[in-house]
Write a protein that binds this ligand. Structure first.
Ligand SMILES: Cc1cc2nc3c(=O)[nH]c(=O)nc-3n(C[C@H](O)[C@H](O)[C@H](O)COP(=O)(O)O)c2cc1C
Length: 343
């Protein structure tokens, strides 16, 4: 048993994570043609699981071809993609982590060259991006179905956490934000209308999510602009999402304006705590939580329930094992590796 917070297990839905360390979704721009999983992904994600992470969330995986951030993104829009994704979920689970996947649509920030650049309104992200097309209500319904099909595929492939990407200025965030949503129909205007698309996505995904799978949502808690939504708005969004049955919230920030906010270790933790005080589901905190001490602090001081470690895990697949060693917790490794390490 561990007396650290970081290495105490936590239940997410019906699954128990061996510790509170999350590998957050990070695009690897390494997919083969048509968004297929390759050897790179099996090794990359398998290594972090073997390295002791509690929950590995696979990178933004596009629900349609035009929803890719780059043409080397993973995809989850066709049957052809399922066997690779199933191998990936198996590889992550086999090495001890719970397997999660982020399902995403890039919206107006999609790759240059997509056939249809979808958005709530015909407003470019920045002068470097093409002006997107405003989605019709019928097109929105099709995308709601595409998210639901993606969730169903993720479940079939063996993922136990399905994270809906509604952060970082991608399609669902664009609808939530008054910076990018200028619509005058039922999907625009008041926050209750701007939230409609995300709520429809949550409801349709829920229909395909069995009790042993957790439906999570990633949100940008702040837009770093007085013209963006407010902290009060985001608290209300979380309360409504909780009412809609989501099982976890991953609290990030920014991405819907071409600006770089000032950052420091733990800069997004106050947003996580705000949501943790609002809804009774596990909250993932993230953002420059690079050291075991910082991750332990975030949990001990009740900012969040899980800690996502991004770039530090890209640098070092064994971050979790080294963190256990430095905090004096039992090493999160297989029995065979533990035997080797004791020699
Ligand atoms: C290379 C890279 C790719 C990323 N791709 C995604 C992504 O696919 N989906 C997402 O929600 N966030 C993505 N992010 C953001 C990370 O999930 C994380 O929030 C961010 O890196 C901050 O955590 P860190 O300071 O521990 O790295 C990416 C970040 C990096 C560095």
């Amino acid at each position: 048993m561990s007396n650290t917070h970081l290495f105490s297990p936590i239940s997410i839905g019906n699954n128990t994570l061996r510790n509170r360390i999350v590998m957050p979704p990070m695009c690897q721009y390494s997919a083969k043609a048509s968004g297929l999983v390759g050897d790179y992904h099996l090794t990359h994600y398998g290594a972090r699981s073997l390295g002791g992470v509690g929950l590995v969330i696979v990178e933004a995986t596009a629900i349609e071809a035009d929803g890719r951030i780059s043409f080397a993104d993973l995809g989850i829009w066709s049957e052809e993609q399922e066997s690779g994704l199933a191998q990936l979920a198996w590889s992550i689970s086999h090495h001890g982590a719970v397997a999660g996947i982020q399902i995403a649509h890039a919206g107006r920030k999609a790759a240059q060259g997509v056939k249809r650049r979808a958005a709530p309104s015909a407003l470019a992200f920045s002068p470097q991006y093409e002006v997107p097309q405003e989605l019709t209500p019928d097109e929105i319904k099709c995308l709601v179905s595409a998210f639901a099909m993606a969730a169903a595929r993720a479940v079939r492939c063996g993922f136990k956490v399905v994270e809906i990407h509604a952060a970082h200025g991608y399609l669902l965030h664009e609808f939530l934000s008054p910076l990018s949503n200028m619509r005058s129909d039922e999907y625009g205007g008041a926050m209750s209308n701007r939230l409609r698309f995300l709520l429809e996505v949550v409801a349709s995904c829920k229909e395909h999510i069995p009790p042993d799978v957790c439906l999570s949502v990633r949100l940008s808690g702040s837009e770093y602009s007085p013209a963006g939504y407010t902290l009060e708005d985001i608290k209300n969004v979380c309360a409504v999402l909780y009412g809609a049955g989501i099982g976890m919230i991953h609290m990030s920030s920014g991405g819907n304006l071409p600006l770089q906010p000032e950052v420091w270790p733990g800069y997004q933790l106050p947003l996580a705590r705000m949501v943790k005080n609002t809804v009774p589901v596990p909250i993932i905190g993230v953002g420059l939580l690079k050291t075991p001490e910082m991750a332990e602090f975030a949990l001990r001081e009740n900012y969040c329930d899980l800690v996502a470690v991004g770039r530090a895990l890209l640098h070092d697949p064994h971050w979790a094992i080294k963190a256990a060693s430095s905090l004096g917790a039992p090493l999160p490794v297989s029995e065979s590796m533990a035997r080797g390490l004791q020699r």
